[in-house]
Write a protein that binds this ligand. Structure first.
Ligand SMILES: [Zn+2]
Length: 91
C-alpha cells in the first residue's frame, strides 16, 4: 500500500480534483441549514477545507483513538495511516 503512495506523492490533492470537487459541491448544496458545522480541515494537509459528509461518503476519513479525522483526498489516507500520531496530534 505504501508503495502506491510514492506514485502520487507529487501532490496528494491533484489525483482526481473533479471527482471530489463535484461531491463536495453537491453535498454542500443540500446542507444549507448547517454550512459551517459540516466543514473541517484535513489533518494531513492543514488549511485544506473538508466537507465531513462528502468525505465520509467518499470513504475519506479515519477513526483513530476514538476521534474521527476527515481527509481532503485519497492521497491523504495512506499518509495518515503511515503516521497517524503525527497527524492526529496536529489536528
Ligand atoms: Zn489530501
Amino acid at each position: 500500500m505504501s508503495d502506491n503512495d510514492n506514485l502520487t506523492s507529487s501532490c496528494c490533492c491533484s489525483g482526481s480534483p473533479q471527482d471530489l470537487g463535484t461531491t463536495v459541491i453537491n453535498r454542500a448544496a443540500t446542507n444549507l441549514l448547517e454550512p459551517a458545522s459540516d466543514e473541517t480541515t484535513c489533518p494531513v494537509m492543514p488549511g485544506t477545507p473538508v466537507n465531513k459528509a462528502a468525505a465520509e461518503a467518499a470513504g475519506l476519513f479515519r477513526d483513530y483513538h476514538g476521534q474521527r479525522y476527515w481527509l481532503c483526498c485519497r492521497g491523504c489516507g495512506p499518509r495518515f495511516d503511515r503516521d497517524p500520531d503525527k497527524y492526529a496530534s496536529a489536528a
